[in-house]
Design a protein. Structure first.
Lengths: 156, 440
């Protein structure tokens, strides 16, 4: 099974962030911003603003001096709000345009506002990551497509 | 009442829906939307747009019927400054004074189905505290009347005793004179169709009354003048329509009777409607026949004796209109307006007190209801104050306050009950056709 992949452009030159270990507890969720009005007779009117796709996972044991540096640099840039490309699984190729048989990816922004590693061992730290899928032409129709791609299936 | 297309009405009536708002600035080709229009399936020719609009605030309108006044609506639209594009626009273009148009539609509709909610005028644009967005503040068309008229519109010289501007006519004719001649505003900004109808002989509201003759010898503020001198004296109040036009409503419906445009019921109100009462009005003190120093030579006092004796108190309002002239029929006019206002607010027409004011919180689907509309309200749990029974059915109200809450997707209204329920249409002589002529 392929690993996820991040590509970001901090200062004109693209940087690839390769996952040296797989993430734990990978979750993609549809989070609807809704407003419900309940009539006095019990009829519900629902107004939907937007369904946001939120992705969360844990990088369990980043090694200081190795992949910890990659994530530290990524967070230092991404906390500023920049968009980056995220592929849930580099082995998943996707036929429809604009991917046209290339790796299935989409655009995200970092939902976290801090880099907060937790110590898990000697020189080892874990971080809990949360991404928000950015609204553009690449946006998946739903969070389930992200989950399917993560597990190596074709997103439907 | 907003007049949307059938497709819009059907989409708006659904119990699950996704409103899409578009904020357009006059003179700018790019509009700002809450959603990506193409991705939401909006069809037809789309304008250049950016999905950077956050939910809007404001745009409420509140009427004081007895004083003939209306609050000035203020709309605030926040646009996210993606990549500094809005900052560049605001910093390189004078947008203040441009129109701000807010429209709303739903996924899958044609772009032409979107309906206009408000057309205001931008007056302030500031970045938000974190500089990530800009707040566009705009006000309704009444701001265009909140100006001082300094000069005689015919000769352009300052108003003075030697150069008075004589304004004469029906209330609606004077409104139009002030708006178009005095303020030099675009005639398209006023709802002439309604004003013409109010002056129509067939309606019998103001057509037979030209009691005003003003001699304006010093500068005056137009909005204040209209409220104090015209609306209050004529039982009118101003309304700003959804298309941004300045309109007026009279003391009674048109001859056909009140035509409710919407039915509020237990199925579309979200809390039990709340009761209040408007102040009782049973004492009107008029002053007219003013000279140029605003000394009034005629005073008239009209009382509703039944109301005063029933409730044990009088509540006086004073009407001072410099243009009301006895020789033009002002005394008859004052008596007629007094009777009309007492019929609405003296509490003697079965209302058992001040005219009921109902607060309603309602579904977003009620969005097309507008200030000045007639609506019905039915609710099985409301106490009927006029029968003692439980439940109110199809009672007719006048909408005098409308507050949209776009952020939370709900609406609030205040409804005024002046006893119109069951009122028959005004009697009118039937039309006859002789040859090709319609004879009334």
């Amino acid at each position: 099974m392929g690993a996820p992949f991040i590509n970001y452009i901090p200062a004109g030159a693209a940087v690839s962030l390769n996952f040296k270990n797989g993430p734990l507890d990978f979750l993609a969720q549809d989070s609807g911003r809704v407003h419900d009005n309940l009539s006095t007779s019990g009829i519900r009117e629902r107004l939907l603003e937007k369904v946001d796709i939120l992705i969360s996972f844990t990088m369990p044991a980043l090694l200081v001096g190795d992949d910890f540096t990659d994530w530290k640099n990524f967070y230092a840039w991404a906390i500023g709000g920049g968009t980056f490309s995220f592929a849930p699984n580099v082995s998943v190729l996707y036929a429809p345009a604009p991917w046209s048989g290339g790796v299935y990816f989409f655009t995200c922004v970092l939902e976290d506002d801090s880099f907060a590693p937790k110590r898990v061992g000697l020189r080892r730290y874990s971080i809990d990551c949360k991404f928000r899928v950015f609204n553009d032409a690449l946006t998946p129709a739903n969070a389930g497509m992200v989950t399917e791609a993560f597990w190596g299936d074709q997103p439907l | 009442m907003i007049n949307p297309t059938t497709a819009w009405t059907a989409a708006n009536a659904k119990l699950a829906k996704k409103p899409i708002y578009i904020f357009a600035i006059g003179g700018q080709t790019t509009v700002y939307a809450t959603h990506d229009l193409a991705k939401e399936g909006i069809t037809g020719t789309l304008p250049a747009y950016e999905p950077w609009l956050k939910i809007m605030q404001g745009a409420s309108q509140s009427i004081d019927v007895q004083s003939g006044t209306s609050s000035i609506g203020e709309l605030q639209c926040e646009v996210v400054d993606v990549g500094g594009a809005v900052r560049t626009l605001v910093g390189t273009t004078t947008l203040e004074g441009s129109t701000a148009t807010l429209t709303v539609g739903y996924p899958g509709l044609a772009y032409t189905d979107f309906v206009v909610l408000h057309i205001y005028t931008l007056y302030k644009i500031v970045p938000q505290t974190d500089y990530t967005s800009f707040l566009f503040s705009s006000r309704d068309v009444q701001m265009d009347a909140k100006r001082t008229i300094w000069d005689h519109p015919i000769n352009g010289s300052p108003l003075s005793a030697d150069n008075p501007w004589i304004i004469q006519g029906t209330p609606c004719e004077i409104i139009q004179a002030i708006w178009v001649l005095g303020l030099n505003n675009d005639v398209a900004q006023i709802d002439r169709a309604t004003m013409v109808q109010l002056d129509s002989p067939a309606e019998g509201i103001y057509s037979s009354a030209r009691p005003f003759r003003f001699e304006m010898v010093e500068p005056f503020q137009a909005k204040q003048f209209l409220q104090d001198q015209i609306f209050k004296a004529a039982g009118m109040y101003p309304v700003v329509t959804n298309t941004g036009q300045y309109s007026v409503r009279a003391y009674r419906p048109f001859a056909a009777g009140p035509a409710p445009v919407f039915a509020f019921s237990q199925d579309n109100v979200t809390v039990l409607p709340g009761y209040d009462r408007a102040p009782i009005l049973n004492d009107l003190f008029w002053q007219l026949d003013a000279d140029t120093q605003q000394n009034y030579s005629t005073s008239l006092l009209y009382l509703d004796a039944t109301s005063i004796s029933s409730f044990g108190r009088s509540n006086e309002r004073q009407v001072q209109s410099d243009g009301l002239r006895t020789e033009l029929g002002a005394q008859w006019f004052a008596q007629d307006i007094s009777q009309r206002m007492f019929a609405r607010f003296a509490g003697t027409t079965g209302l058992r007190g001040g005219a009921p004011l109902i607060s309603v919180q309602a579904f977003f689907a009620t969005l097309p209801v507008w200030v000045g509309d007639y609506v019905t309200l039915s609710h099985p749990q409301m106490p009927d104050l006029f029968s003692g029974a439980l439940g109110v059915s199809n009672r007719i109200f006048e909408v005098i306050d409308r507050s949209p809450d776009y952020a939370n997707g709900r609406m609030q209204y205040k409804l005024l009950d002046t006893g119109l329920t069951g009122a028959a249409p005004a009697a009118r002589i039937g039309a006859a056709v002789i040859g090709t002529d319609v004879i009334y």
